[in-house]
Design a protein. Structure first.
Length: 74
């Protein structure tokens, strides 16, 4: 299990982009299949849409790993 902070510089990013930035997948095209085969939670709610908008202060759980979304100002 790991906890990792992901810093973004835009108002939001998509779940697919987050998975790529976090190193969970190698390329964005893998997101759809990854989400079908793995449990991903956004703020403790199961999510399977790769286009789901992820905002600062959101918490994304991928299996046992947690990703905390922040902006540089936090």
């Amino acid at each position: 299990m790991k906890n990792k902070e992901i810093f973004i510089f835009t108002p939001y990013i998509t779940l697919g982009n987050l998975l790529k930035i976090a190193g969970v997948i190698n390329v964005g095209g893998e997101a759809k299949i990854f989400l079908l085969n793995n449990k991903v939670l956004v703020n403790n709610v199961v999510e399977n849409r790769r286009g789901r908008k992820i905002y600062p202060c959101d918490v994304v759980q991928v299996n046992q790993d947690y990703f905390f979304i922040k902006t540089r100002g936090e």
